[in-house]
Design a protein around this ligand. Sequence first.
Ligand code: NAD
Ligand code: NA
Length: 399
Amino acid sequence: MIIQPRTRGFICLTCHPVGTANNVKKQIQYVQSQGAIENGPKKVLVIGASTGFGLSSRIAAAYGSGAATIGVFHGKAPSKGKTANAGWYNTAAFENDAAKDGLYAKSVHGDAFSMEVKEAAAALIKKDLGTVDLIVYSLAAPKRLDPISGTNFSSVLKPIGAPFSNKTVDFHAGTVSNITIQPVEKQEEIDNTIKVMGGEDWKLWIEVLEKAGVLGENVKTVAYSYIGPELTFPIYKNGTIGQAKIDLEKTVPTLNDLMKDVHGAAYVSVNKALVTQSSSAIPVVPLYISLLYKIMKEKGIHEGTIEQAYRLFKERLYTADGAVPVDEAGRIRIDDWEMRDDVQAEVSKLWDIATSENLAEISDIEGYRNEFFELFGFNDPTIDYDVEVDEIVPIASLE
Ligand code: NAD
Ligand code: NA
């Protein structure tokens, strides 16, 4: 079929299999250009492996230290006349490349929150790898069906205590406007967001893997978080999602305890703000990202998910002397360049003056929009989007 972008709100409904495969290749080439990660992981489970930070973590492990990887994801399979989602095509492409390069890569497709998928992943590890030495937890989801209570929980992106008014951008139209987001009305909204994006599911995963005996000696697990600048605190750090991230941090000692027999270690890594399907759904944040990109690109310190994942492995989780540098709260910080004083001071200056009229000039809104469409395999200059492509792309390990 001929595949062109079709959007609804902030989401893109179509995906291009060749464009997404090229994205995966570019990430692989980046890691290859950087060289090996000495002492890097060898057998890796990535939960949320098909897009964003999870996909990049998988690629950094596979191509940085030759790791065998099992990726858990959910996504839409393609059908005649209907494209798959990006995660599906990315996973198919990654498995193909890995196979060509002699790297083990298999995927588990389904709801990562369910016990069935956890047990299927544990069984696959046991059968093919014996154990894992790294578990990356990189889920971003709006809902979670709790397998214990059977309750369906929904997360919200809201401030707590008071309404939050600030600028926001419609990145498709390039217009800046003011938005007021009402705070949560009930504690339940906070609790439910914690249920979806907090540490409970991470803990269930480690429990299942521990019981199955598939945690290797000195296993590490890492989950991803975000803090960001003060201007987004009401909607992020101090909002409902921020409470879920605090819960993730609170889960770390429990996981360390669960993994003590194998001398395991759990970490929360605070990552940089980036264009992903998840972050584009948060109000206010895309305007911040478009200003941040401009400044970080000017300073030559811009990173995408693959640069972040590689640096996380090389300079944090698998350093030459084995020490894992953390902040005063025990968190890994790979948002260090984003949070540099000079970067934040310049973003803040631009934030104050940003309008629809000057946006194209003072921000990297074009880069934002471009990267957003790239997530779905569009805006690739090497592809003719008027040419028919086969939308049915199988994932080798799921056949
Ligand atoms: P993303 O949407 O690109 O990736 C989410 C992944 O989760 C996908 O692989 C998806 O298939 C998978 N997933 C979601 N629900 C699932 C389910 N029920 N079962 C199986 N798989 C499921 O998002 P991302 O931005 O890469 O986010 C990953 C993590 O990184 C999140 O914890 C997020 O908060 C964090 N983070 C994001 C940013 C950012 O700016 N994007 C910054 C710092 C931290
Ligand atoms: Na991810």
